[in-house]
Design a protein around this ligand. Structure first.
Ligand code: C2E
Ligand code: CA
Ligand code: CA
Length: 758
């Protein structure tokens, strides 16, 4: 995987992980807010419960006060004590046993008696001298409606009080009013009771103006001094909302800043005197278990997200590092630090993709094996490093190279001018050549190179492998040259080599499969025109029916030695054919078989032919072995000896292609032969030059052969003129297209061979 791909994948993973982290965070935030909301609503319900508790208690307190006054009034009514002179004393006694601070009774004329357990008794007090708030309540009671007054400052006790007033009846008529004043301390007690249950909250009883009537804090605290709204207790915006709710006599729950601290506040109307219960609780729910859980959960999620992120970064860096190492290992030649073949192929691919013209050069060190052995592998390695370094130095922009392995380097020049490539490559090789392998021994390195030009747009589409192969093919041509040299790829030469490669790699298999087929060409007796014999000529019929002619493979088989196998195979085919004719009652025809020089160096040549004679039970005289005249020039006596033995066995020996090469009469003298095949070049020369000289030579040769008792066969008889000429020259036989081209043995049999009885 390359780095870009890896980065892409990692970024994708990072995005996914980030999304996951975000989801976790959001989930955490969602859970936290849900908990927070739950806590808020819990706080609200707690608050409301608390506030309604206070409200009920305050109302209860006032109702209780009002009730105890009514009970006292009823008592006065029944006991007829109102007119009693001791009434004041009775009132004082009553005050001792109740909760009122001051108790008073006013008669129908508005004149009354006030008793206070601490201050004693005041008589003949005029109702009109009392504070307005008290007067208002008394007035209500005179009308028969029990009432609780507003707060007022008492001159007597110097405290803020309120008064409960109830009517006193006698015989169904209101005869006076009983009133009791209560200080707000009882409310303080009520609120304080609750304060002990919730230490974080403060509760006040306030009026519509924000004056604190009672509260859980002590009276000296600033809240009591003036309106809780006028001081800098609240932020203005919060205060506006609170005042608006109070004006509407509605309850309000909100989180506000109170004395600089975030608090939950609840303002709840009491439903009496336009009073309100104000609960304030600081938002310090930290010791709340659930809240702690939420915080813990949130922190855990956050840590988890951070951990994932850290892990991701770590994996990212590790993977990048690993990938770089792997890439280096996969694409670099460890020894020289140059690119290796993989990377080179990729670069080459990219170049072709862009259709950019270039020249592919293969560079090799001459005798590297020898250098390795002579100087040791470490010196040889050093040499390779030096080569890589020099090659690197010779590369232009966009050019690249690699070490394929061993001492073979591939270079790509962005150059298509053969001369320029040759110049650059030669300069590079000469530069490397200046390097001495060892400081002690002066061994100069020599290199050789093969080049292949890839030129767009006229370039056929080639695989990178083929481009490399072609430059390697080119390099092979200067392998055996002595000096530093560059050879360019040649298509024609390559085609020949390719064909030869195919032939060499397929010949054994072809022999086994019977792809080498025997064709026969007739040889005609010139005297009477009868069929005298036939020459066996091989054809390679490959799988698809395509025929390869002997000139395309015999020379190669002669070089690689395979010809001796093929020739013996052909002798066998000829014998098998003769056997078949004999078995079919057909008078057999002698067959000539071409025999390469190689056979005469095979120790088993004669024994194999003997064996074949045995196997097919064919008279040896029916087989003519066609040999080439070169055989007569062999230095050793072995071929001559073998020829003699073959003739002794009964085989006929014919000298083929006489006159085509360095034919000499020495051949005729040194070799014992039965037949001379005159090369078709004689006829060609005679008809081409219209000269008698060749005809004369031919005539002489024929005369000579007659004397030596050698029959003559003339090859290449293509026309009747040819035939007339050689007949007149007294030649024995003719072979050529005039009679027939070489044809498959079966066809030959059908055309020329008839059974004796037919
Ligand atoms: P070759 O032995 O001289 O065979 C005669 C060649 O001349 C044959 O070519 C034949 O087809 C051709 N020929 C015959 N008459 C005429 C004619 O009138 N005009 C022309 N232009 N050509 C004629 P082919 O079959 O292509 O064989 C070429 C050569 O390959 C042979 O020359 C022979 O040297 C070699 N060859 C063929 N078969 C074998 C074989 O089984 N073993 C060996 N060692 N060589 C063989
Ligand atoms: Ca021949
Ligand atoms: Ca010939």
């Amino acid at each position: 995987m390359n780095e870009t791909q890896l980065k892409k994948r990692l970024s994708r993973a990072a995005v996914w992980c980030s999304v996951l982290g975000l989801v976790i965070l959001l989930a955490g935030a969602f859970i936290a807010t849900t908990f927070h909301r739950a806590l808020q609503s819990l706080a609200l319900s707690e608050f409301k419960e608390e506030a309604s508790g206070y409200r009920t208690q305050i109302i209860l307190q006032l109702e209780q006060d009002s009730k105890s006054l009514s009970t006292l009034a009823a008592l006065f009514e029944q006991s007829q004590v109102l007119d009693d002179a001791h009434f004041s004393t009775d009132l004082l006694i009553a005050n001792h046993s109740d909760t009122f601070e001051t108790l008073g009774y006013f008669n129908a004329h508005g004149i009354g008696t006030l008793v206070n357990t601490e201050l004693g008794m005041l008589t003949d007090v005029d109702y009109h001298t009392l504070p307005h708030a008290v007067q208002a309540s008394l007035t209500m009671a005179y009308r028969g409606i029990p009432d609780v007054s507003r707060l007022y400052e008492s001159d007597i006790s110097e405290a803020r009080l309120l008064v409960c007033a109830v009517p006193v009846y006698q015989d169904g008529n209101i005869v006076g009013v009983l009133a009791g004043s209560t200080s707000l301390t009882c409310f303080d007690e009520i609120l304080s009771e609750s304060a002990s249950s919730n230490q974080n909250s403060t509760t006040y009883l306030i009026n519509a103006q924000g004056q604190v009537l009672a509260g859980t804090t002590d009276l000296s605290s600033p809240e009591y001094q003036s309106s809780i709204f006028s001081a800098d207790f609240f932020d203005q915006a919060d205060l506006n909302a609170i005042e608006a709710a109070i004006a509407r006599e509605e309850s309000i729950f909100s989180t506000v800043r109170y004395q600089g601290v975030r608090c939950n506040i609840l303002v709840e109307p009491v439903g009496l005197n336009n009073w309100f219960v104000l609960c304030i609780s600081a938002v310090t729910n930290s010791n709340h278990t659930i809240y702690q859980m939420v915080i813990t959960l949130g922190v855990t999620f956050l840590l988890l997200a951070v951990l994932i992120l850290v892990l991701l970064v770590y994996i990212w860096r590790l993977t990048l590092h690993h990938n770089r190492t792997l890439t280096r290992m996969a694409y670099t030649d460890e020894l020289t630090g140059a690119d290796n073949l993989n990377r080179f192929m990729q670069n080459l691919d990219a170049l072709q993709h862009r259709q950019q013209s270039f020249c592919m050069v293969s560079l090799n060190v001459r005798q590297f094996k020898f250098i390795n052995e002579l100087f040791g592998s470490s010196m040889a390695n050093q040499l390779l490093k030096t080569i890589a370094q020099r090659v690197r130095g010779s590369m232009g922009e966009g050019e690249f190279f690699c070490r394929e392995g061993g001492d073979l380097f591939y270079l790509v020049f962005l150059e298509t001018d053969a001369c320029a490539v040759k110049k650059r490559t030669t300069a590079l090789m000469e530069d490397i050549g200046l390097h001495t392998v060892s400081t002690t021994r002066d061994y100069r390195i020599s290199l050789y190179a093969g080049a292949y030009l890839v030129e767009y747009p006229n370039q056929e589409e080639l695989s990178t492998e083929l481009i490399i192969t072609r430059s390697r093919f080119a390099i092979q041509h200067c392998r055996d040259l002595p000096s530093t040299s560059v050879h360019f790829y040649d298509t024609q030469l390559h085609n020949t080599e390719e064909r030869e490669n195919f032939i060499e790699s397929h010949m054994h298999q072809a022999l086994q499969r019977g792809e080498f087929q025997m064709y026969l060409q007739p040889q005609i007796n010139l005297k009477d025109g009868s069929l005298g014999s036939a020459e066996a000529l091989v054809r390679w019929v490959i799988e698809d029916g395509h025929i390869i002619f002997p000139n395309d493979f015999i020379p190669l088989f002669e070089r690689n030695g395979f010809c001796s196998h093929l020739d013996l195979y052909m002798v066998e085919q000829a014998m098998r054919q003769i056997r078949q004719w004999m078995d079919s009652g057909i008078a057999p025809l002698p067959i000539s078989v071409n025999q390469s020089k190689l056979l005469f160096y095979r120790p088993d040549y004669i024994s194999t032919l003997e064996e074949l004679l045995q196997r097919y039970q064919v008279p040896a005289q029916l087989i003519t072995l066609e040999i080439l005249e070169q055989l007569s020039f062999e230095q050793t006596g072995e071929p001559h000896e073998k020829l003699r033995k073959l003739r002794k066995l009964g085989f006929r020996v014919s000298m083929d292609d006489f006159g085509s090469g360095y034919a000499s009469f020495h051949t005729l003298g040194s070799l014992e032969i039965d037949e001379l095949k005159l090369d078709r070049s004689f006829l060609l020369e005679i008809s081409a030059r219209q000269s008698n000289r060749f005809a004369l030579i031919l005539e002489c040769i024929v005369k000579l052969t007659k004397r030596l008792n050698i029959t003559t066969v003339v090859e290449g008889v293509e026309t009747v003129e040819n035939e007339t000429l050689i007949r007149n020259l007294n030649c024995d036989m003719g072979q050529g297209y005039l009679y027939s081209r070489p044809i498959p043995a079966e066809e030959f049999t059908q055309r020329y061979m008839t059974r004796k009885d037919q």
